[in-house]
Design a protein around this ligand. Structure first.
Ligand code: COA
Length: 134
């Protein structure tokens, strides 16, 4: 880590973080980079989280929720709170997950330059293109 972020950790997901995850996913500033564009309601989130709680890891900076990383079928997805970006939090989360699991990939939207740079900085190499019908 090249920045001065102290007291940062990844913790297990718990019910108390479900609403912070939902708000972050719905935040228009991050949504443009997400593959899924649907608005998530509280009810949808509860239902989804009951089945998928454990694929999420929560990042706390000074004990405050600042983002999450999740692994779904070996695919990494992560979001950092917009006002906490560029501090090295994304890099911290990806590197922590890599310590536990090296068989992971990241599917990234072609125009998500920040994410491409992040993964390349963490040692990932571009290997596939995914084509969809128009
Ligand atoms: C992509 C994202 C997770 C990066 O998180 P972050 O905590 O800001 O990233 P870091 O501070 O750890 O940055 C690591 C590297 O990524 C690149 N990077 C990240 N944000 C960048 C930006 N806004 N502009 C240029 N480069 C950027 C840089 O190479 C950076 O290293 P540097 O600061 O030494 O130049 C964050 O921008 C985000 O949540 N975006 C919205 C959701 C998203 O796109 N998720 C990824 C889907 S796979």
């Amino acid at each position: 880590m090249n920045k001065t972020i102290n007291n940062i950790k990844l913790v297990k997901n718990e019910t108390k973080y479900w609403e912070s995850i939902r708000k972050l996913k719905n935040n228009p500033l991050v949504k443009k980079n997400s593959i899924s564009q649907e608005y998530i309601t509280k009810e949808q989130q509860k239902k989804y989280m009951k089945q998928n709680n454990d694929i999420f890891h929560i990042c706390l900076l000074n004990d405050e929720f600042v983002g999450y990383i999740r692994i779904l079928n070996d695919d990494i997805g992560l979001i950092v709170e917009p006002n906490k970006q560029r501090l090295g939090i994304g890099e911290f989360m990806v590197k922590e997950i890599l310590k536990q699991n090296k068989n992971i990939i990241a599917k990234i939207k072609i125009n998500n330059i920040n994410s491409i740079k992040l993964f390349e900085k963490c040692g990932f190499k571009k290997k596939y293109y995914i084509y969809e019908p128009k």
